[in-house]
Design a protein around this ligand. Structure first.
Ligand SMILES: [Zn+2]
Length: 260
């Protein structure tokens, strides 16, 4: 018996993802045809899930029924299960790359796509792949306290962890030590890997490390940080949302340092 193939549609209008609300559940549309007319589509299937398509709707498309709505990728975390959210993040990163790799950066002529994650210049044969920016997160412990900061680029009023991009020629541990020193004036040691997380805003990988305070007084890098301080578990400020690796690290610290 022939069964028609259904596709999982990851439809992005700029940073807004189309969500379907059906039978009390939230998901991305899964159907033979997309629920809105498209101007662009690209297969982003992976071993985790086949028949996934990332797409852009035709300009000016409006949703006129309560079954579908657009929401930002960050907000979609509240609607989709973790497996689907991970694929949505992957789709968003590939779409971002697609939109930013249309011309060869060497000679400027239009590129040709040869695989879902490879483009080649037909003239000079320069190859492009999705660019993933690696950044570190540092949870700095000092006795029964941790260092929390408010960065100027945080979306919200919460306090998070020291973060920064890896530089050329640097190890991740060197990056942690440098970012903590540059942003707060503090020296740390015992830098140990915790976990990592794809961060599709727009195309990054966050790598988390635990470190211990050694010495120094807090001196803020004003261009990067609004505030920074050490907090104990009884006096924590507003924390990042559970979506983020930073929050997982803070939660881990809370669970591993129960109050007496
Ligand atoms: Zn070229």
């Amino acid at each position: 018996m022939h069964r028609e193939k259904h596709f999982c549609w990851f439809i992005f209008d700029n940073d807004q993802l189309l969500i379907e609300h059906r039978d009390g559940q939230y998901m991305v549309p899964e159907s033979l045809n997309p629920p809105v007319p498209l101007s662009f589509k690209l297969d982003v299937s992976s071993p985790e899930k086949e028949n996934c398509v990332v797409a852009i709707p035709e300009p000016g498309v409006e949703i006129n029924n309560s079954r579908y709505f657009f929401t930002s990728l960050r907000e979609a975390w509240g609607f989709l299960d973790s497996g689907l959210y991970k694929i949505a993040g992957r789709a968003a990163q590939i779409l971002y790359w697609e939109m930013h790799s249309r011309f060869c950066p060497v000679c400027g002529i239009p590129t040709q796509q040869t695989t879902p994650i490879t483009k080649v210049c037909p003239s000079c044969h320069f190859e492009q792949y999705p660019v993933i920016s690696t950044a570190i997160l540092a949870l700095v412990r000092k006795g029964d306290q941790i260092l929390l900061v408010q960065a100027r680029n945080f979306k919200g009023t919460f306090h998070g962890l020291v973060a920064g991009f890896l530089e050329a020629g640097e190890t991740l541990e060197e990056c942690v030590a440098r970012e903590v020193r540059e942003e707060t004036g503090l020296t740390v040691n015992n830098i140990t890997y915790f976990a990592n997380q794809p961060w599709p805003f727009p195309s990054g990988l966050m790598v988390g490390f635990i470190a211990d305070y050694v010495e120094g007084e807090l001196v803020l890098q004003e261009e990067e940080l609004k505030s920074a301080a050490f907090f104990d578990r009884a006096h924590l400020p507003e924390l990042p949302r559970k979506l983020s690796l930073a929050r997982k690290m803070i939660d881990w610290w809370l669970e591993s340092n129960p109050s007496s």
